[in-house]
Design a protein around this ligand. Structure first.
Ligand code: SF4
Length: 316
């Protein structure tokens, strides 16, 4: 029996970013250097496949430091941690390695600089996301105010409108954030901040790439986890740019093949914490059912890498 035809548009860039790559390497190098088990506070990156792969090598994932026994090393996840966490590790004399993405650390330093200059800080981000908890936790409680939407901008109460700055989560929707920043600048014209926002190159590039395929695709699959902010934003961006039939899947086994009935062109992308092997798994699942043709749609070429932290680099 001949298979139906399916055109696949592969968004590029997609999948792993430099910060995720570095965080995974940090756990692997720590396992080689210190032996198993190495503890990791919070999912090192928001992807079950990655987490299970590291667990198989001897990593143990915990949510809080009190689950780490004395004497074992602990790695902090790529999302960043409040200052109280390394302080607690030090007070317990735990050996820790901080896998916070350097682009998240950059936002932490920005917030500290604004605070040192006497400004109150507004963080644009999603309540409860570990990156937001980490950024707010760089400064004393109450110094950083969180806004999630233009509506929040209208109601946020600040101490002094002339002494304000904003920073953002790195994995937001670029388009939504433009609107929120515009609302902030309209209400607080003196607000200081980055030239645009702090959304990282990887989040920006993946959103641009998914926009490029959205209008041409009958459906889009985004490989990623529900707790991955940048993956969820890809689903939303695809829907807003012409493909309302966009959905998140963690593995090929989650694909709803019934919804594929009228799909002639399928777009595929992956969040920054989803490894390409999961994209290949989806392509193979499509190949079993369809006669597939693949076109890669490239909107940027990435060659960014981040060094391992001092103390873990190969020569040390
Ligand atoms: S998504 Fe951006 S901020 Fe997050 S780890 Fe990747 S490069 Fe860093």
């Amino acid at each position: 029996m001949t298979k139906p035809t399916l055109n696949i548009l592969l968004a590029s860039p997609r999948g792993f970013c430099a910060g995720v790559d570095r965080a995974i390497q940090i756990v692997e190098v720590a396992l080689q250097r210190y032996g198993a088990p190495v503890y990791v506070r919070h999912e090192i990156v928001h992807n079950r496949y990655v987490v299970q792969g590291l667990e198989a090598k001897g990593a143990i994932f915990v949510e809080e430091l009190d689950e780490v026994p004395d004497g074992r090393p602990v790695v902090f996840s790529a999302h960043g941690v409040p200052k109280s966490i390394p302080a607690e590790a030090e007070s317990r004399q735990l050996m820790y390695v901080d896998a916070t993405c350097p682009l998240v650390s950059k936002v932490h330093r920005e917030a500290e600089r604004h605070h040192a200059d006497g400004r109150q800080i507004i963080l644009i981000g999603h309540a409860g996301h570990p990156e937001v908890v980490g950024t707010m936790g760089q400064l004393p409680a109450g110094v950083v105010l969180l806004v999630e939407s233009e509506e929040d901008v209208r109601t946020v109460q600040v101490d002094d409108p002339l002494n304000l700055a904003f920073v953002t989560q790195t994995t937001l929707s670029v388009d939504d954030t433009v609107q929120i920043v515009a609302a902030l600048k309209a209400r607080f014209p003196a607000i200081a901040g980055p030239r645009k926002e702090d959304i990282c190159y990887a989040t920006t590039n993946r959103q641009t790439a998914v926009k490029a395929i959205a209008a041409k695709a009958d459906a889009i699959l985004v490989l990623g986890a529900p707790n991955s902010s940048n993956s969820m934003r890809l689903v939303e961006v695809a829907a807003k740019h012409g493909c309302t039939n966009s959905m998140l899947v963690q593995r090929a086994t989650q694909i709803d093949w019934a919804m594929m009935d009228n799909v002639k062109t399928l777009g595929i992308t992956a969040g920054a914490s989803a490894p390409d092997i999961l994209v290949q798994e989806v392509i193979e699942a499509c190949r079993e059912r369809y006669d597939i043709q693949i076109e890669e749609v490239v909107t940027a070429v990435e060659n960014i890498t981040f060094k391992l932290p001092r103390g873990l680099a190969a020569a040390e």
